[in-house]
Design a protein around this ligand. Structure first.
Ligand code: GLA
Ligand code: ZN
Length: 655
């Protein structure tokens, strides 16, 4: 198993490199990521390549048993690029080029920049392909810059649209350009929809798709070179978890595996629902295990820095990712830099370079990982519950939320967090995926719903599946036009309901809802309410407000061999979602072998063996009921009926 750090030898004197490598080795580290911002060090002048320094660093690391992942360095263009080729700099909304001097400053459609990117990638690939200490590559760094508004990007947008729609009439139809007299007669008339809040939603959606495609193409150009010249190396990219601007499924497609950058330690210590959610999204991109390419090693910040991970937290953060399928883990960064914008982004070592508490904790974790390696080999998370995670709907809702505060991720989190609390693993899947291998599929806020997906969801229920949908699902088609149907459109079939009207609930108002069977207790409906009319469905919760009395808040419909559940509002209390999820899990016959108390997470990796990770996300001691007589792999002891976990404690049970 690869465990290590992000390392910047170019930031330190040569004489320190041996000390660093020896300290890494001592910690049990066997991998580093290198050079992703070192373009200037490798190509100080155009077409003059200097790799000697990196060869030397690789050799020192290699002697200490440390392999390397090299970054293609295109996230920071050298100053000479900006000076010589100003058209490679991103054009901003105000019509000026971005000031060089940060990073991610480039235009992705610039022919020049693409050529320079291919040249440095090729030079690196040629030079390092035979180096025994190099095992793989990271493309660029955290794709997802703001979009560039230059003429080259606009022309490429036109070409992209022409390819997608064929003729201008089809584009007019897809975007609904009869509205406000926006019909085009020629591609060249089409502007960049600069303001996503007021431009035509269809145009905005395609602009997002186009920008995503530009990044994917840029990466593909590097990949094509690496595949030919370095066939023995893997290629990955460091994704940003819940980042929304790119279609991560597309970006992941040509990579060997996904990696991601996990910085969950910001505010007060709390249960890391989002880091778990992001991990599942990352595993879902290629339906396989992933790596962590950067992980919190200390307080971080570009101006003011945040909280120091409390004792045990560095290890806790790492185990959560291992539990969700991280097969390689790298801390960002090795030593805190004394210069530049990230002087306060702390690494395992401080500015002084001494191996202290954070180093010790990472070393402990690394050593434990090496001991666990053979037990977790060939295991991954296998889930019976899937949540549809769809970038088209993410974008459609960012362009038009429907009701205030509505985002796709917020909607998914309502259900995801309840599943987390119940100790249930979840897969994130695409709308085009096969639903039949799951017992429960959740389509929360799936704003863009194509007919064939709706048909397949209906079929999934007919054949015995449990579908849970909620508000604003199925509103739009793939172009971002509202379906000309009564909601929930085609899903009426499996959900057994009809929604003729709906409304936002202003922040200073709420509705009261209470269970009418199936759901018990009273809850608060906020933000939004569908006026749900059950057709064949059974109401499980209803409203108390006079104008809502005849409508349902929650329904369940028997359809074929399965059932379709619908939640037509946002509920303030978490307890509501816990109850709802419990109902679904009971109906699906899904029983968890370990039920976590509040603040504790359970995630299971399966292969030939079943390995349960039990993680305490709190600073209190927690007692967890577990099956007795099981081997706890970290202590080597057999379990009794109860297991005690200290602050941020972790247990790994072989079930
Ligand atoms: C990102 C980048 C790193 C570093 C960290 C901390 O994850 O990939 O280069 O900048 O953030 O800011
Ligand atoms: Zn551009």
């Amino acid at each position: 198993m690869y465990v290590g750090v992000d390392y910047y030898p170019e930031h330190w004197e040569r004489k320190r490199w041996d000390i660093d490598a020896a300290l890494m080795k001592k910690a049990g580290f066997n991998v580093v990521r290198l050079a992703e911002f070192a373009w200037i060090n490798m190509e100080p002048r155009e077409q003059q390549f200097e790799f000697g320094w990196l060869d030397e660093a690789l050799e020192i690391l290699g002697k200490n048993g440390i392999s390397a992942i090299l970054g293609t360095p295109t996230a920071v263009m050298p100053a000479w690029v900006a000076k010589k080729y100003p058209e490679t700099l991103l054009l901003q909304k105000d019509g000026t080029r971005i000031a060089w001097g940060v990073r991610k400053n480039n235009c992705f459609s610039s022919e020049t920049y693409r050529l320079l990117s291919k040249k440095i990638t090729r030079a690196m690939a040629e030079h390092f392909s035979g180096n025994p200490n190099v095992i793989g590559w990271q493309t660029d760094n955290e794709f997802g810059s703001p979009s560039c508004l230059c003429d080259s990007c606009r022309l490429e947008f036109h070409a992209w649209l022409e390819k997608r729609y064929g003729d201008i009439g089809s584009l007019n139809k897809a975007w609904g350009n009869h509205f406000w007299g926006h019909l085009f007669s020629d591609w060249s008339e089409i502007p960049i929809p600069v303001d996503q809040g007021v431009h035509n939603p269809g145009a905005c959606l395609d602009w997002k798709r186009f920008n995503s495609w530009l990044n994917v193409r840029f990466q593909k150009e590097q990949l094509d070179i690496l595949r030919v010249l370095c066939p023995d190396h893997f290629v990955t990219h460091n994704f940003m978890g819940l980042f929304k601007d790119l279609d991560y499924y597309d970006l992941a497609e040509d990579l060997d595996f996904v990696s991601w950058d996990n910085y969950p330690c910001w505010g007060k210590p709390e249960v890391r629902f989002d880091a778990s959610f992001a991990a599942d999204v990352m595993r879902g991109l290629k339906k396989k295990n992933f790596w962590i390419m950067e992980q919190t090693a200390g307080p971080g910040g570009w101006g003011a820095f945040g909280r120091n991970p409390h004792p045990g937290e560095i290890r806790n953060i790492s185990y959560q990712q291992l539990a969700h399928g991280a097969d390689g883990q790298i801390w960002f960064r090795w030593r805190t830099c004394t210069a530049g914008r990230e002087q306060y982004w702390h690494g395992l070592l401080g500015h002084d370079g001494r191996p202290l508490r954070r180093y010790d904790e990472a070393a402990l974790t690394a050593r434990e990982y090496h001991r666990l390696e053979k037990e977790i080999k060939d295991t991954t998370v296998v889930a019976d519950v899937a949540v549809i995670y769809d970038y088209e709907s993410i974008w459609a809702l960012d362009i038009q939320a429907g009701y205030g505060g509505n985002t796709f991720q917020n909607a998914v989190k309502r259900y995801y967090n309840a599943l987390f609390r119940s100790g249930t693993n979840v897969d994130m899947i695409r709308p085009s995926d096969d639903f039949s291998r799951y017992k429960i599929v959740i389509a929360a806020d799936l704003n863009i719903l194509e007919d064939d997906v709706a048909d397949r969801l209906n079929e999934f229920v007919r054949k015995g599946g449990i579908l849970l949908a909620d508000c604003r699902t199925g509103v739009k088609d793939i172009s971002g036009l509202c379906h000309a149907r009564t909601l929930p459109g085609k899903l009426s079939e499996s959900l057994g309901i009809e929604i003729e009207e709906y409304e936002s609930i202003p922040d200073d108002m709420h509705f009261d809802i209470s269970g009418t069977g199936g759901i018990s207790g009273s809850f608060t409906s906020v933000s939004y309410a569908d006026w749900v009319k059950p057709l064949g469905a059974k109401p499980l919760a209803g409203y108390r407000q006079w104008h809502m009395e005849k409508f349902s808040a929650v329904t369940r419909n028997r359809y074929g061999k399965g059932s379709g559940w619908y939640v037509g509002t946002v509920v303030k209390e978490e307890g509501f979602y816990d109850q709802l999820i419990k109902n679904l899990l009971d109906e699906a016959g899904l029983k968890q072998s370990i039920i976590p108390p509040a603040g504790v997470e359970v995630s299971i990796r399966r292969g030939k063996k079943k390995i349960a990770f039990i993680i305490n996300h709190t600073e209190e001691v927690k007692t967890v009921a577990v099956p007795s007589g099981k081997l706890e792999l970290l202590s080597g002891k057999k379990t009794r009926k109860k297991l005690e976990l200290g602050r941020y404690g972790v247990a790994v049970l072989k079930l």
